[in-house]
Write a protein that binds this ligand. Structure first.
Ligand SMILES: [Zn+2]
Length: 308
């Protein structure tokens, strides 16, 4: 698909057409959480509100507000109020090209649902998506940005598309080495990426439960593997569901840039921590990126193709 078509998809800002309601358990607490997603005005971005605490104020979905990256991405506001496990919902917003939304939670976590973005994508598609006729700004990578941490790395290079090329390498042969590449703008996010579930090793899950961590984590909301076997009775949704989920996580974390994204990303054995480091590095130097209106880019592409 030519780049110009992809760019046209991200022209105007979008929000949900109506309120969405959803209930599920928190991965960390194991407690029931109610979540409402409301339409928001243009240029608002994604805002979280905790209704379980008085005056919790807004918690903006920004890489600058990331306070913890263990077992998921947590954001916090200046008053110290947190929202955990936001990445699968953020990935749904990015994949559906939603710019503005208000997320109201009855607890400190986004419900884990089935461990993917499937439920969020389904609910939003059910009520529909509204164009807001305000031009969308997009972050365009202007030069190579690389972050490394042990065997993990993320390298971004300039592009007029948003692609993710991902490689994982796990000891357990049920996962092993997996590679996958998608154009996030050109792919069928709903079908190819949004349904890929999070995963863990049985030993890790048992250890975490003993230590009061991931109390809500189970075979209902994660793929659990043990010595070359997938323990979920229904098996996998894709042969390479693991690497697809890592792509989903990266989409959610990258969307904490607050804008949609143009660049090719190559990720190796990455995770929430390095995903966040990448955004800090990207935004640390104004020569690394440019904020452009999708409209300008279409014109630029048309000029380029006309010249060619
Ligand atoms: Zn995840």
């Amino acid at each position: 698909m030519p780049d110009t078509l992809n760019i046209q998809n991200i022209d105007f800002q979008k929000t949900l057409d109506a309120k969405v309601l959803c209930e599920g358990i928190g991965l960390h607490s194991g407690c029931k959480i109610r979540m409402q997603i409301l339409p928001a005005k243009p240029n608002q971005g994604i805002i979280f509100i905790r209704e379980d605490v008085a005056n919790s104020q807004k918690i903006y979905a920004s890489y600058k507000n990331v306070s913890d990256t263990k077992l998921g991405t947590t954001i916090a506001n200046k008053a110290g109020y947190k929202v955990r496990t936001i990445e699968h919902l953020m990935a749904a917003f990015m994949g559906l090209k939603i710019d503005n939304a208000i997320v109201i939670l009855s607890g400190n976590e986004v419900p884990i649902m089935d461990g993917s973005s499937k439920v969020f994508v389904g609910l939003i598609n059910e009520v529909g998506i509204r164009e807001q006729f305000v031009k969308r700004k997009v972050i365009k990578v202007l030069r190579e940005i690389a972050v490394y941490d042990g065997k993990s790395s993320i390298i971004a290079t300039p592009s007029n598309d948003f692609t993710i090329n991902y490689k994982i390498d796990f000891e357990d042969p049920a996962i092993g080495i997996q590679k996958q590449k998608f154009s996030i703008l050109g792919s069928n996010f709903d079908k190819e990426i949004s349904t890929a579930r999070t995963f863990g090793m049985l030993k890790e899950v048992e250890y975490m439960h003993k230590n009061g961590l991931a109390l809500g984590g189970s075979i209902e909301n994660a793929i659990v593997v043990d010595n070359g076997k997938v323990l979920n009775p229904g098996g996998l949704r894709f042969k390479d569901e693991f690497v697809r989920h890592k792509i989903l996580d990266l989409c959610g974390d990258i969307y904490l840039s607050g804008k949609h994204f143009l660049g090719n990303i190559s990720a190796v054995c990455a995770g929430h921590e390095i995903n966040n480091k990448f955004l800090w590095k990207l935004f640390s130097d104004k020569n690394n990126f440019q904020e452009i209106e999708a409209y300008n880019l279409i014109s630029m592409e048309e000029v380029t193709s006309a010249v060619a």
